[in-house]
Structure formats: C-alpha cells, structure tokens
Write a protein that binds this ligand. Structure first.
Ligand SMILES: [Zn+2]
Length: 142
C-alpha cells in the first residue's frame, strides 16, 4: 500500500514539473473516457489551448487551478500577503486571458466548459462528473 502511494506521489510531482497532465485533469480525463466520451487533449490550434476538446459535443473544456485563475469565493484562492500588487496583476492577467479565450472559442461555435480544480477533489468529484455529462449532452443537442 505504501508503495502505491509513493508511486502516485512521484508521478504527481513529475507531472507538476512537466507542467501538463496535472493530476486533477488526468482524473477527469479518465472518468470521461470510462463514461464513453472520446476527446483530444491540449489542442494547440484553438484559442487558449483547451485541456480537453470533444468535437462530437462541440465542447472545449478547461481545467482551471483555483489560485492561478482566481476562483471567486473559493478557499483555494487567496492572494499571498506579500507582493499583493504583483499577484493581482499576474492573476488578473490570467483571468482576462481566460475571458478572451472563451469569447474567441464561442465566436467559433464552441461550447466552453470551465472546471475548477476544487470541483475535482474527492468529495465533489462524482457530482462534478454527473453535471458534466448532462452539460455535454445538452451541448451535443444544440
Ligand atoms: Zn476553487
């Protein structure tokens, strides 16, 4: 059991270093795949490089880290007490960029779903996936 945990921790750390395939996103991808959804990942030729793209559902999906993308009213979004101006500018820039990307994608006819990392934590995971499945079906029908 200890070994399994170590392996998980190790691959988590590795993924953070490489800057892609971060664990919550991977968990989400696995759950979608298990539910029969097929997708492409890190699609570079679409605005903002969506994390998951499902053409059949006309859906581009982003997994946002709560801190870096300023998840409002979320306990994981709290500006550090020092250098507040720096962080405000930095994170504010991310938020502006997110908005622009969503707008461009929608202009190109995509439905955009933004999933927050905190919604993929253990206690919320199942309900997030159920909601996501519903949304995807709606998107396909549109
Ligand atoms: Zn959050």
């Amino acid at each position: 059991m200890a070994d399994v945990h170590d392996k998980k921790t190790r691959s988590y750390n590795m993924s953070r270093i490489k800057g892609k395939d971060t664990r919550p996103e991977l968990k989400l991808r696995k759950a979608l795949f298990a539910a029969g959804f097929r997708y492409r990942v890190n699609v570079k030729n679409l605005p903002g490089k969506p994390d998951i793209v499902m053409k059949k559902y006309k859906t581009a999906l982003f997994v946002h880290g709560c801190f870096w993308h300023a998840h409002q009213n979320c306990r994981y979004f709290k500006l550090p007490s020092s250098n507040q101006e720096f962080w405000k500018a930095k994170i504010g820039g991310n938020v502006e960029r997110d908005k622009r990307n969503v707008k461009s994608l929608e202009d190109q006819g995509w439905n955009v779903i933004e999933v927050w990392e905190c919604e993929l934590k253990k206690d919320k995971f199942e309900s997030t996936i159920s909601q996501l499945k519903l949304k995807l079906k709606e998107n396909m029908a549109r």
